[in-house]
Design a protein around this ligand. Structure first.
Ligand code: ZL4
Ligand code: CA
Ligand code: ZN
Length: 397
């Protein structure tokens, strides 16, 4: 008995193939698939596996990845290895592996890695389509920057686009929501010419003091999709650009106000939520100042809309806090309340111990790791909400 209380009766499924953990982008690369090991260990230590259906999905195959990606790109991706890679090769550069960017390295097992996380997102989508679950979770997915023939920002295959494509076989309108600190540009671009998918991303937007834009440099408030009125995708994207250091109260209110309005106006038949954990305070790449429960409140808000939901991972570069957040959000989905004291019988407990690592607690105060002053004033956020509401008026029906 773990003392889990579950007042709400949602059917939740958890889609995870453990082989994904064993891939390495390179020793100092910020993307660390072993954060998924930590996440799974926390989920198990709280006994959450007894509250959900667990699936170990097969990897996606070439034809499934070709639902979105170009076959030539996929052939290249399936064949490239650290041994045969030629960094001067025109294709290598054209497909996003080259330049001075080490964002998308070629590592051992790359094809296996992309097939595993995409297989899990597909499995989640099929579970919603079969009505096996109300909420389907894949923490290994959420690679929102990948384009149909381009690797970008740690993302090689866009599992989100493929999962949404599957949902579109049965659902007329799918809403995509993205709370990763980066703009969900790949998903937005993939569906820019259709009104059957509405994309909504909250992200850091702006130029730093050296003149560099925060990656990927897109997603300002005026970017609402194609300008051509004949294009069905017109006004079916909404971007919420945010400055450094936004706090819990501001983010929760911004998220709830904007998202509720989008759901009311668009009335989606299914929702896909990318829950990148790099929007937390103290993230290695992020700039926001959110605590775990504030991040999780976004999942609660979306759950309350009562639509079939896929919940996927994404960024998150301080692994112990990624694991805490996604464990908490798994609990939110099943309707469980977790103790702040971490169970003592867990592997890797030391990753969470010591005052600088969160003191053995599930909900340490991440404001203590504050590195970014809050540059968001309440009046500026109020203005942003007004602009967002204005953008929504351009959407028909
Ligand atoms: C690293 O230390 O802003 C990659 C990337 C590799 C190892 C050693 C190589 C050192 C930070 C980032 C050179 C690294 C040069 N290593 C990286 C414009 C950039 C060109 C590449 O959460 N350099 C590019 C991508 C972003 C840029 C963010 C977020 C994904 C997601 C969904 C993707 N790219 C500048 C950076 C390091 C590295 C250290 C890095 N890359 C930080 N931000 C970026 O939205 C999963
Ligand atoms: Ca985002
Ligand atoms: Zn990110």
């Amino acid at each position: 008995d773990y003392g889990l209380e579950r007042p709400q009766g949602y059917n939740v499924s958890f889609h995870y193939n453990p082989h994904v953990e064993y891939h390495h982008f390179g020793s100092s690369h910020p993307m660390k698939p072993w954060r998924l090991t930590l996440t799974k260990q926390l989920v198990l230590s709280y006994g959450l596996e007894y509250t959900m259906d667990l699936y170990e999905p097969r990897p996606a195959n070439f034809n499934e990845l070709a639902i979105f990606h170009d076959r030539e790109y996929l052939s290249y991706l399936s064949e490239i290895t650290p041994q045969n890679a030629k960094p001067d090769d025109a294709q290598y550069i054209a497909y996003g592996f080259g330049g001075d960017s080490n964002d998308c390295p070629v590592f051992d097992g790359l094809w296996n890695y992309v097939s595993l996380y995409t297989g899990a997102s597909m499995s989640a989508a099929y579970n919603l389509l079969n009505k096996q679950s109300d909420i389907a979770i894949n923490w290994s997915g959420g690679l929102h920057h990948a384009k149909k023939n381009l690797a970008s920002g740690f993302c090689y295959v866009n599992d989100i686009v493929i999962a949404i494509q599957l949902l579109l076989t049965q659902h007329q309108r799918v809403l995509y929501i993205d709370i990763d600190v980066h703009h969900g540009d790949g998903v937005e671009q993939a569906f820019e010419s259709t009104d059957r998918v509405f994309t909504l991303s909250f992200h850091k937007y702006g130029i730093d003091r050296h003149g560099w834009p925060f990656f990927p440099g897109t997603g300002n408030i005026d970017e609402i999709g194609p300008k051509d009125p004949a294009n069905r995708g017109k006004a079916h994207s909404l971007n919420i650009p945010i400055d450094d250091g936004i706090d819990d109260h501001q983010y929760k209110s911004l998220f709830k106000t904007v998202t509720s309005k989008v759901v009311e106006k668009y009335n989606p038949q299914a929702i896909v939520l990318q829950s990148g954990a790099d929007s937390l305070g103290g993230d290695r790449l992020g700039r926001f100042n959110l605590n775990i429960k504030a991040h999780g409140s976004c999942i609660e808000t979306v759950k309350s809309f009562g639509r079939p939901l896929i919940l996927i991972g994404g960024g998150g570069y301080t692994p112990r806090n990624v694991a805490r957040t996604w464990c908490h959000e798994t609990a939110v989905c099943v309707g469980a309340t977790l103790h702040d004291d971490l169970p003592t019988h867990i592997p890797y407990l030391q990753a969470f111990q010591g005052e600088e690592n969160g003191g053995g607690r599930l909900y340490p105060d991440l404001h203590n790791t504050k590195r970014h002053d809050n540059l968001n004033t309440d009046p500026a956020l109020q203005k942003l909400v007004e602009r967002a509401m204005e953008n929504l008026r351009y959407m028909e029906g």
